[in-house]
Write a protein that binds this ligand. Structure first.
Ligand SMILES: Nc1ncnc2c1ncn2[C@@H]1O[C@H](COP(=O)(O)OP(=O)(O)OP(=O)(O)O)[C@@H](O)[C@H]1O
Ligand SMILES: [Mg+2]
Length: 207
């Protein structure tokens, strides 16, 4: 499965870790993957370390497949790739995914930034969500469970739909403390009522 988000810092890493723990508890051999991460210097912790905190440390020799591209500048993917003169190559990502898929029952992939963050400077070039779809991965979108969450979720679903990307479900993530319970419940009800066929999951605030 592929975990996209309505934006950066929306809680994808936390959600991926939680899903990996849940899958592992159900008896699956599970691994997580992040195709591209920026803002990491050698030795820095990555999103994969945060995933592993949820479901246990993973063998270090899997790292080149789990994180095929990493860049030091804390900028968006397309700019980091441009600065490093290292274009993102789908073949590299695809083969890393299939290496993991050979060894595990489930590979949970965390997207980079929001669902539309580009990997190159052309709007027409493929999105990571489109690659995920071409690999047959169910796509989930993490939506902030707060005021403004409906707009963020609806806009992202509509934009992905316009690109021909099917979304399997949304995960409403409460990343802020003290969100009015009425808002939390109403956001979930909105997606349940207006998107029949879409799975709606909720992830609580973890203080
Ligand atoms: N449910 C939650 N409860 C408490 N804190 C949360 C929750 N979800 C996210 N956060 C916090 O919000 C911040 C951003 O979350 P996270 O790193 O998971 O976002 P992301 O979407 O993976 O970001 P990026 O686009 O950089 O990969 C982190 O400090 C994280 O601990
Ligand atoms: Mg992350």
């Amino acid at each position: 499965m592929f975990i996209a988000g309505t934006g950066t810092d929306i809680g994808k890493t936390q959600v991926v870790g939680m899903l990996a723990r849940r899958a592992q508890a159900s008896g699956l051999r599970v691994i997580t993957q992040k195709w591209v991460q920026t803002g990491v210097r050698p030795g820095d912790k990555t999103d994969l370390d945060a995933h592993d905190a949820w479901f246990g440390a993973q063998a270090p020799d899997l790292m080149p497949w789990r994180l095929p591209y990493r860049f030091e500048p804390a900028v968006s993917v397309h700019l980091a790739a441009q600065l490093a003169q290292t274009p993102i190559d789908w073949e590299v990502i695809k083969s890393a995914y299939f290496e993991l898929k050979k060894r595990f029952d489930l590979v949970i992939v965390e997207g980079a930034g929001g669902a539309f963050s580009p990997v190159s400077a052309q709007l027409s070039s493929p999105l990571m969500t489109e690659l995920a779809q071409s690999l047959g991965l169910p796509i989930w979108v993490v939506v902030p469970n707060e005021v403004g969450g409906i707009h963020a979720g609806v806009a992202t679903l509509a934009a992905l739909n316009a690109r021909g990307v099917c979304v399997a479900g949304v995960i409403l993530n409460q990343r802020l403390p003290d969100v009015d319970p009425l808002v939390l419940a109403d956001n979930a009800a909105y997606f349940q009522q207006n998107y029949p066929g879409l799975s709606v999951d909720c992830f609580p605030f973890r203080g």
